[in-house]
Write a protein that binds this ligand. Structure first.
Ligand code: F6R
Length: 237
Protein backbone atom coordinates (compact mmCIF):
# COMPACT_ATOMS: atom_id res chain seq x y z
CA UNK A 1 0.00 0.00 0.00
CA UNK A 2 1.25 3.46 -0.90
CA UNK A 3 0.29 6.29 1.45
CA UNK A 4 0.77 9.88 0.31
CA UNK A 5 0.26 12.83 2.64
CA UNK A 6 -0.32 16.07 0.74
CA UNK A 7 -0.47 19.63 1.99
CA UNK A 8 -3.74 20.56 0.34
CA UNK A 9 -7.02 19.24 -0.98
CA UNK A 10 -6.11 20.67 -4.40
CA UNK A 11 -2.90 18.65 -4.53
CA UNK A 12 -4.73 15.53 -3.37
CA UNK A 13 -7.28 16.06 -6.14
CA UNK A 14 -4.60 16.55 -8.78
CA UNK A 15 -2.79 13.38 -7.72
CA UNK A 16 -5.96 11.29 -7.81
CA UNK A 17 -6.95 12.73 -11.19
CA UNK A 18 -3.46 12.02 -12.56
CA UNK A 19 -3.79 8.34 -11.60
CA UNK A 20 -7.22 8.09 -13.21
CA UNK A 21 -6.20 9.99 -16.35
CA UNK A 22 -3.09 7.80 -16.58
CA UNK A 23 -5.25 4.70 -16.55
CA UNK A 24 -7.49 6.12 -19.28
CA UNK A 25 -4.45 6.96 -21.41
CA UNK A 26 -3.05 3.47 -21.01
CA UNK A 27 -6.39 1.78 -21.65
CA UNK A 28 -8.86 4.12 -23.43
CA UNK A 29 -11.77 1.71 -22.83
CA UNK A 30 -11.01 1.19 -19.16
CA UNK A 31 -13.62 0.70 -16.45
CA UNK A 32 -13.61 3.29 -13.66
CA UNK A 33 -15.29 2.68 -10.33
CA UNK A 34 -16.44 6.03 -9.01
CA UNK A 35 -17.49 7.56 -5.71
CA UNK A 36 -19.57 10.56 -4.69
CA UNK A 37 -19.50 12.88 -1.66
CA UNK A 38 -17.17 15.79 -0.90
CA UNK A 39 -13.90 13.93 -1.33
CA UNK A 40 -13.94 13.38 -5.12
CA UNK A 41 -15.36 16.77 -6.17
CA UNK A 42 -11.87 18.23 -6.71
CA UNK A 43 -10.71 15.09 -8.52
CA UNK A 44 -13.63 15.37 -10.92
CA UNK A 45 -12.92 19.07 -11.43
CA UNK A 46 -9.35 18.12 -12.43
CA UNK A 47 -10.57 15.40 -14.77
CA UNK A 48 -12.88 17.93 -16.45
CA UNK A 49 -9.91 20.28 -16.84
CA UNK A 50 -7.86 17.46 -18.39
CA UNK A 51 -10.68 16.70 -20.82
CA UNK A 52 -11.05 20.37 -21.79
CA UNK A 53 -7.26 20.63 -22.30
CA UNK A 54 -7.41 17.73 -24.71
CA UNK A 55 -5.31 15.62 -22.31
CA UNK A 56 -7.94 12.97 -21.55
CA UNK A 57 -10.49 11.35 -23.81
CA UNK A 58 -13.40 9.63 -22.06
CA UNK A 59 -15.25 8.57 -25.21
CA UNK A 60 -14.62 4.85 -24.66
CA UNK A 61 -14.51 4.82 -20.87
CA UNK A 62 -17.11 2.93 -18.84
CA UNK A 63 -17.98 3.79 -15.25
CA UNK A 64 -19.74 2.06 -12.40
CA UNK A 65 -20.60 3.94 -9.24
CA UNK A 66 -20.31 2.56 -5.77
CA UNK A 67 -23.69 3.43 -4.40
CA UNK A 68 -27.06 5.17 -4.48
CA UNK A 69 -29.67 6.05 -1.87
CA UNK A 70 -32.73 3.83 -1.94
CA UNK A 71 -35.82 5.86 -2.82
CA UNK A 72 -34.14 8.76 -4.60
CA UNK A 73 -34.93 9.26 -8.28
CA UNK A 74 -32.06 10.04 -10.68
CA UNK A 75 -33.21 13.66 -10.95
CA UNK A 76 -33.34 14.16 -7.16
CA UNK A 77 -30.65 16.77 -6.37
CA UNK A 78 -29.22 14.57 -3.60
CA UNK A 79 -29.17 11.39 -5.65
CA UNK A 80 -25.78 10.12 -6.62
CA UNK A 81 -26.78 9.91 -10.30
CA UNK A 82 -27.56 13.62 -10.20
CA UNK A 83 -24.23 14.26 -8.42
CA UNK A 84 -22.26 12.35 -11.06
CA UNK A 85 -23.98 14.09 -13.95
CA UNK A 86 -23.44 17.55 -12.46
CA UNK A 87 -19.91 17.00 -11.12
CA UNK A 88 -18.42 15.00 -13.99
CA UNK A 89 -20.40 13.34 -16.74
CA UNK A 90 -22.12 16.46 -18.12
CA UNK A 91 -18.74 18.14 -18.59
CA UNK A 92 -16.70 15.40 -20.30
CA UNK A 93 -17.14 13.40 -23.50
CA UNK A 94 -18.34 10.21 -21.87
CA UNK A 95 -21.24 8.31 -23.40
CA UNK A 96 -23.91 8.39 -20.66
CA UNK A 97 -25.00 4.91 -21.75
CA UNK A 98 -21.60 3.75 -20.48
CA UNK A 99 -22.15 5.18 -17.02
CA UNK A 100 -23.93 3.18 -14.34
CA UNK A 101 -25.10 4.26 -10.92
CA UNK A 102 -27.21 1.83 -8.87
CA UNK A 103 -30.93 2.38 -9.37
CA UNK A 104 -32.35 3.84 -6.17
CA UNK A 105 -35.87 3.17 -7.46
CA UNK A 106 -35.38 -0.50 -8.40
CA UNK A 107 -38.62 -2.33 -7.57
CA UNK A 108 -36.82 -5.61 -6.96
CA UNK A 109 -33.62 -4.60 -5.20
CA UNK A 110 -32.31 -8.16 -4.82
CA UNK A 111 -32.61 -8.75 -8.57
CA UNK A 112 -31.08 -5.35 -9.25
CA UNK A 113 -28.07 -6.08 -7.01
CA UNK A 114 -27.44 -9.37 -8.82
CA UNK A 115 -27.70 -7.65 -12.16
CA UNK A 116 -25.26 -4.91 -11.05
CA UNK A 117 -22.62 -7.48 -10.08
CA UNK A 118 -23.19 -9.38 -13.32
CA UNK A 119 -22.78 -6.14 -15.28
CA UNK A 120 -19.46 -5.34 -13.56
CA UNK A 121 -18.27 -8.89 -14.21
CA UNK A 122 -19.34 -8.61 -17.87
CA UNK A 123 -17.05 -5.56 -18.20
CA UNK A 124 -14.16 -7.66 -16.95
CA UNK A 125 -14.17 -5.94 -13.55
CA UNK A 126 -12.97 -2.49 -12.55
CA UNK A 127 -9.59 -1.13 -13.63
CA UNK A 128 -9.38 1.78 -11.18
CA UNK A 129 -11.66 2.18 -8.17
CA UNK A 130 -11.85 5.61 -6.55
CA UNK A 131 -12.92 5.53 -2.90
CA UNK A 132 -13.66 7.95 -0.11
CA UNK A 133 -13.91 6.80 3.49
CA UNK A 134 -16.69 7.47 5.99
CA UNK A 135 -15.99 8.67 9.52
CA UNK A 136 -17.05 5.19 10.62
CA UNK A 137 -14.60 3.53 8.22
CA UNK A 138 -17.13 2.63 5.53
CA UNK A 139 -16.20 2.34 1.85
CA UNK A 140 -19.09 2.63 -0.53
CA UNK A 141 -21.87 2.11 1.99
CA UNK A 142 -20.29 -1.02 3.41
CA UNK A 143 -20.98 -0.07 7.00
CA UNK A 144 -19.25 -1.55 10.07
CA UNK A 145 -20.70 -4.94 10.95
CA UNK A 146 -19.94 -8.52 11.86
CA UNK A 147 -18.91 -9.68 8.40
CA UNK A 148 -17.78 -8.35 5.05
CA UNK A 149 -20.51 -8.58 2.40
CA UNK A 150 -19.24 -9.68 -0.99
CA UNK A 151 -21.96 -8.66 -3.41
CA UNK A 152 -23.92 -5.52 -4.17
CA UNK A 153 -26.54 -5.21 -1.45
CA UNK A 154 -28.93 -2.92 0.37
CA UNK A 155 -27.22 -1.42 3.41
CA UNK A 156 -28.74 0.23 6.44
CA UNK A 157 -26.89 3.45 7.00
CA UNK A 158 -25.15 3.97 10.33
CA UNK A 159 -26.27 6.84 12.54
CA UNK A 160 -22.87 8.47 12.02
CA UNK A 161 -23.31 8.24 8.23
CA UNK A 162 -26.81 9.73 8.41
CA UNK A 163 -25.44 12.50 10.61
CA UNK A 164 -22.44 13.16 8.31
CA UNK A 165 -24.53 13.17 5.13
CA UNK A 166 -27.31 15.32 6.59
CA UNK A 167 -25.17 18.32 5.55
CA UNK A 168 -26.39 17.73 1.99
CA UNK A 169 -30.09 17.57 2.93
CA UNK A 170 -32.50 20.11 4.38
CA UNK A 171 -32.72 18.14 7.60
CA UNK A 172 -31.45 14.91 9.12
CA UNK A 173 -34.96 13.51 8.67
CA UNK A 174 -34.63 13.71 4.89
CA UNK A 175 -31.54 11.48 4.67
CA UNK A 176 -32.53 8.05 3.32
CA UNK A 177 -31.95 5.23 5.80
CA UNK A 178 -30.86 2.66 3.24
CA UNK A 179 -28.68 2.59 0.15
CA UNK A 180 -27.64 0.15 -2.55
CA UNK A 181 -23.90 -0.37 -2.38
CA UNK A 182 -21.34 -2.34 -4.27
CA UNK A 183 -19.99 -5.05 -1.99
CA UNK A 184 -16.41 -5.83 -1.11
CA UNK A 185 -15.87 -8.31 -3.94
CA UNK A 186 -16.18 -5.82 -6.80
CA UNK A 187 -14.08 -3.31 -4.85
CA UNK A 188 -11.32 -5.77 -3.98
CA UNK A 189 -11.29 -7.23 -7.49
CA UNK A 190 -10.48 -3.77 -8.90
CA UNK A 191 -6.99 -3.85 -10.38
CA UNK A 192 -6.05 -0.57 -8.74
CA UNK A 193 -7.63 1.32 -5.84
CA UNK A 194 -7.21 5.00 -5.00
CA UNK A 195 -8.60 6.12 -1.64
CA UNK A 196 -8.79 9.84 -1.01
CA UNK A 197 -9.54 11.45 2.34
CA UNK A 198 -9.18 14.93 3.72
CA UNK A 199 -9.77 16.66 7.01
CA UNK A 200 -8.80 16.03 10.62
CA UNK A 201 -12.04 14.11 11.21
CA UNK A 202 -10.85 11.33 8.86
CA UNK A 203 -7.38 10.95 10.35
CA UNK A 204 -8.10 8.48 13.16
CA UNK A 205 -10.32 6.17 11.17
CA UNK A 206 -7.81 6.17 8.35
CA UNK A 207 -4.98 5.22 10.72
CA UNK A 208 -7.15 2.45 12.13
CA UNK A 209 -8.04 1.19 8.65
CA UNK A 210 -4.43 1.21 7.46
CA UNK A 211 -2.63 -0.02 10.57
CA UNK A 212 -5.23 -1.79 12.71
CA UNK A 213 -6.65 -5.28 12.40
CA UNK A 214 -8.47 -6.27 9.22
CA UNK A 215 -12.00 -6.38 10.56
CA UNK A 216 -15.53 -5.73 9.29
CA UNK A 217 -15.84 -3.33 12.24
CA UNK A 218 -13.61 -1.01 10.17
CA UNK A 219 -14.66 -1.89 6.61
CA UNK A 220 -11.83 0.04 4.91
CA UNK A 221 -9.31 -2.17 6.74
CA UNK A 222 -10.02 -4.82 4.08
CA UNK A 223 -7.93 -2.69 1.71
CA UNK A 224 -4.83 -3.97 3.52
CA UNK A 225 -5.42 -7.21 1.61
CA UNK A 226 -5.29 -5.55 -1.83
CA UNK A 227 -1.98 -5.48 -3.73
CA UNK A 228 -2.35 -2.06 -5.39
CA UNK A 229 -3.84 0.63 -3.16
CA UNK A 230 -2.82 4.27 -3.10
CA UNK A 231 -4.12 6.34 -0.20
CA UNK A 232 -3.92 10.12 -0.58
CA UNK A 233 -4.61 12.17 2.52
CA UNK A 234 -4.59 15.85 3.36
CA UNK A 235 -5.54 17.26 6.75
CA UNK A 236 -6.82 20.35 4.92
CA UNK A 237 -10.25 20.24 3.33
C1 F6R B 1 -19.98 7.75 -1.71
C2 F6R B 1 -19.31 6.75 -0.91
C3 F6R B 1 -18.97 7.01 0.52
C4 F6R B 1 -18.13 8.28 0.69
C5 F6R B 1 -17.82 8.51 2.16
C6 F6R B 1 -17.05 9.80 2.38
O1 F6R B 1 -20.19 7.29 -3.02
O2 F6R B 1 -19.04 5.70 -1.39
O3 F6R B 1 -18.26 5.91 1.03
O4 F6R B 1 -16.94 8.16 -0.03
O5 F6R B 1 -19.01 8.58 2.89
O6 F6R B 1 -17.85 10.87 2.01
P1 F6R B 1 -17.26 12.34 1.93
O7 F6R B 1 -16.27 12.33 0.82
O8 F6R B 1 -18.45 13.21 1.62
O9 F6R B 1 -16.64 12.64 3.25
Amino acid sequence: MKVVITESYEKLSRMAADIIAGAVKEKPDCVLGLATGSSPVGTYRELIRKYKNGETDFSRVKTVNLDEYVGLAPDHPQSYRYFMDRNLFDSINIDKANTRVPDGLAADTAAFCEEYDAYIASLGGIDVQLLGIGVDGHIGFNEPGDCFIAGTHVAELDDSTIEANSRFFESRRDVPRTAITMGMKSILCAKKIVLIASGENKKNVLLEALHGDVTPKVPASVLQLHPDVTVIYSDKI
